[in-house]
Design a protein. Structure first.
Length: 72
């Protein structure tokens, strides 16, 4: 029974954090057309999904991994 409750609690936590993150997005922010890290084009679906993005998904993944490794 505890496993079910733990799973439900985790799902609720993820859904709440996703909702909060979506609410915090500035839908009017202008996304870059080219990644500021590597210079590659940022695909339209990413620019639409993440308003104001300045990096491609691959570079953003590297940035987040480095930040996570530093504990930030």
């Amino acid at each position: 029974m505890a496993d079910i409750i733990d799973s439900a609690s985790e799902i609720e936590w993820l859904q709440r954090n996703n909702a909060l993150a979506a609410h915090r997005l500035n839908r009017n922010a202008v996304s870059a057309e080219h990644c500021v890290e590597c210079g590659e084009d940022i695909p339209e679906p990413r620019r639409t999904a993440v308003p104001g993005c300045q990096t491609c998904a691959e570079c953003q993944g590297v940035i987040e991994m480095k930040k996570k490794q530093r504990g930030g």
